[in-house]
Design a protein around this ligand. Structure first.
Ligand code: AMP
Ligand code: MG
Length: 492
């Protein structure tokens, strides 16, 4: 039973300095942990064949499928503000591209499949814990409706990887609309290779922004579009309490998808300064800093594109600055609209910004759980009898009462009926998010007890984040103090 991948290779057809050809390193005894069957079907792949021993060997990097042209992509990047001129896929290998059921080209990449010429000091491998974490969180983001890379499969390699202690090794099959990052542009710009930047920009326009090919000034339009997509993406992160954790330019995708789930986390109680990542000592990538950092990263992209924006450097800089200047407005519009939706406001009033901010301030001051507050507020929109379930989330419940009075007055001025408001709010305020303590429990069971039932159950719950699922109510709860996860770690 042969597994057929209808691969195409538009990236591997770019000049040879865009990547290194490299095959995955075979592993001892692959074992399939999880196959994302609906995603496989969407990609035009046969899930039964993928789940076969041969398919499992492919997903583990032990066997190269027919038609693959495996490459590691070259890229550079600013890591915590410091420029590294050569990073590249050090532990990931792109097998090829397939066209999905929506007609969208998708990369199929193995992550953790062995060293590449870009590995520097790493072993090219991944441990089971981070692979499960990325699988859970990326799929949760997808069901929450947030642009993201996806996870097609997780396999164990049968080998150990040495971190602080030996850990079971695993490979994640990642699916992305592409793996092109801001850092990919930086790779060529840092080498003074303007032709490389141009080839890459043309490729990106063809692949992600085809409408721009006929624009008056395609490269200006490209910069505008990437800025708009990133602004929208980061607004969506904030609206679900997501903290990426390592927003380096090499982890900033050009297509506007969330990419690289390392030390990422959803916050429990609302805290704008929240940081989970163990390596983010200065809070550069704290929750509320994310829009600022996205703009910083986009500024690095604009610098790379300058030579394409025109021959007159001063004019090009001015135009790039004006494009970057739109970020704040685009972000703010998306964020404020999202907050209005979370509050069940159908119309727009001048005071809405303050109304939303005052709730967030009260939540921060009173350690109110971000997800639960908005979810329960959705039910309180139907009847004030449910106010008690919201106010109990605040250290000082009076802080909610004061705010709720203003909110009730505001919604009373709208013609929509309370049931419509409740339905609308429940469709944007999830009951279930991949909370840290839940992920940790899944990893603990898998790594220490070879028990994947908690992993499967968590995926089931997260596949319907906007439904109540009373049988799984415990997954909606905030962690008890002793369950709180304070630190998360990079996937390495
Ligand atoms: P990441 O944190 O996964 O985005 O990785 C940042 C950089 O380090 C990229 O160039 C990776 O390819 C490289 N890297 C991370 N982990 C490993 C590893 N285990 N082996 C080789 N390279 C790695
Ligand atoms: Mg990365």
């Amino acid at each position: 039973m042969t597994v057929h991948f209808p691969f195409e290779h538009t990236y591997a057809a770019l000049p040879a300095n865009f990547f290194a050809r490299v095959v995955p390193t075979p592993v001892a005894s692959p074992r399939l942990i999880k196959l994302n069957r609906p995603l496989a079907i969407h990609l035009g792949l046969d899930p039964d064949r993928l789940a076969s021993p041969e398919g499992t060997e492919i997903l583990a990097g032990k066997r190269v499928p027919e038609g693959a042209d495996p490459i590691a992509m070259a890229y550079a990047g600013h890591q915590f503000g410091h420029f590294v001129p050569q990073l590249g896929d050090g532990r990931a290998i792109l097998l090829g591209e397939v066209i999905d059921a929506d007609g969208i080209r998708r990369d199929i990449q193995l992550k953790g499949s062995g060293p590449t010429p870009f590995s520097r000091r790493g072993d090219g491998r991944a441990a089971l814990g981070p692979v499960l974490r990325e699988y859970i969180v990326s799929e949760a983001m997808a069901t929450l409706g947030i642009p993201t890379t996806r996870s097609l499969a997780a396999v164990m390699t049968g080998e150990s990887v040495l971190r602080e202690t030996p850990l079971p090794g695993a490979v994640l099959t990642r699916v992305a609309s592409s793996h092109i990052r801001v850092g990919t542009f930086q790779y060529f710009a840092a080498r003074g290779d303007t032709e490389g930047v141009r080839r890459l920009a043309d490729h990106v326009i063809g692949r992600h922004y085809p409408d721009l090919a006929h624009a008056d000034r395609p490269y200006h339009a490209l910069l505008d579009s990437v800025i708009a997509r990133q602004a929208d993406l980061v607004a969506r992160w904030l609206l679900v309490g997501f903290i990426h954790g390592v927003m380096n330019t090499d982890n900033t995708s050009i297509s506007g998808d969330t990419i690289d789930y390392g030390p990422c986390a959803f916050m429990d109680h609302y805290d704008p300064a929240k940081v989970f990542s163990s390596i983010d000592e200065l809070g550069r990538y704290a929750y509320a800093n994310q829009p600022r950092i996205a703009l910083w990263n986009l500024t690095r992209l604009a610098e790379c594109l300058l030579p394409l924006l025109g021959d007159e450097q001063d004019k090009a800089i001015e135009e790039a600055q004006s494009a970057l200047g739109n970020f704040v407005e685009t972000f703010d519009a998306a964020y404020q609209a999202g907050l209005r939706n979370k509050l069940g406001l159908f119309t727009v009033c001048d005071d809405d910004r303050a109304l939303a901010q005052d709730l967030l301030d009260a939540m921060a001051k009173n350690q109110a759980d971000f997800t639960l507050t908005f979810r329960r507020l959705s039910d309180a929109a139907l009847t004030s009898a449910d106010d008690g379930r919201v106010r109990e989330l605040f250290a000082d419940p009076n802080a909610y009462d004061e705010w709720a009075g203003r909110w009730r007055q505001r919604i009373a001025g709208e013609p929509q009926d309370p049931a419509a408001r409740q339905t609308a709010m429940r469709s944007v305020n999830p009951a279930f998010i991949p909370r840290n303590h839940l992920i940790e429990a899944v990893i603990e069971a898998a790594v220490n007890r070879d028990d994947f039932a908690p992993f499967e159950e968590l995926l089931t719950v997260l596949s319907k984040p906007y439904e109540d699922q009373p049988e799984f109510a415990r997954y909606a709860q905030a962690p008890e103090p002793h369950q709180r996860v304070l630190r998360t770690f990079c996937g390495t």
